[in-house]
Design a protein around this ligand. Structure first.
Ligand SMILES: [Zn+2]
Length: 211
């Protein structure tokens, strides 16, 4: 026979158990939450024209290796916001770029936006969790600059054909594609950013230019 005192004590434990359960679920959900607090802040609190990270002030971010998006992050509306702001930024007359990588707006994530000069209308397109799988042909030197290295230009050797693999926005399926010519050069430049590599590391000639 339970005493009344014990019954009351047990009933008191019910709300305590409920609170602990909710707290536990909260921790689990937070662990799986899309993006870090800092990343969420950068994505949601910047204007459409995002501040571009530059040398030497932002060396730590520009030199870090970027990581993939999780499936949960790939499906997040925050990622859509990030990609539309990156696209707005690279196309903005103040930047006038042909490609941009996520570290250049402060996120060490494998996202690039590239202008596809090899497609009709030369659209800007976003690529996620991107990697270069193969580099083919003889190295060819061409002029490059970088939004993150203002006031410089350089001649950089790049491969004329590359095979890339990536996930497109709105999908989780990995695709593979061969790209050639100038568009392949842009992909090499932007994918280097994801490894913390800048074109000035590879340039055979560097010169200062008037901004
Ligand atoms: Zn760059």
């Amino acid at each position: 026979m339970m005493t009344n005192g014990l019954k009351i004590t047990l009933w008191l434990l019910v709300p305590v158990a409920v609170v602990l359960l909710l707290f536990g679920i909260g921790i689990l959900r937070d662990g799986k939450r899309a993006f870090t607090a800092r990343e969420r802040r950068i994505i949601s609190e910047t204007d459409s024209l995002m501040p571009v990270y530059t040398l030497p002030a932002d060396t730590a971010v520009l030199r870090a290796v970027s990581v993939d998006f999780s499936d949960r992050e790939l499906a997040s509306p925050l990622l859509e916001t990030l990609l539309s702001k990156m696209t707005y930024t690279v196309r903005h007359p103040s930047q006038d770029g042909v490609g941009i990588a996520a570290p250049q707006v402060g996120l060490n994530r494998r996202a690039v936006v590239v202008q596809r000069f090899d497609k009709a209308g030369e659209p800007f397109e976003a690529y996620l969790n991107i990697r270069i799988d193969r580099l083919e042909g003889e190295l060819v030197c061409g002029p490059e600059g970088c939004l993150s290295v203002p006031g410089m230009r350089g001649m950089v050797p790049r491969y004329p054909q590359i095979q890339i693999s990536y996930v497109r926005p709105g999908s989780t399926e990995r695709q593979t594609e061969w790209v050639e010519g100038f568009t392949a050069v842009i992909f090499q430049h932007e994918c280097d950013h994801l490894e913390g590599i800048l074109y000035i590391d590879k340039a055979v000639e560097l010169s200062e230019v008037e901004e």
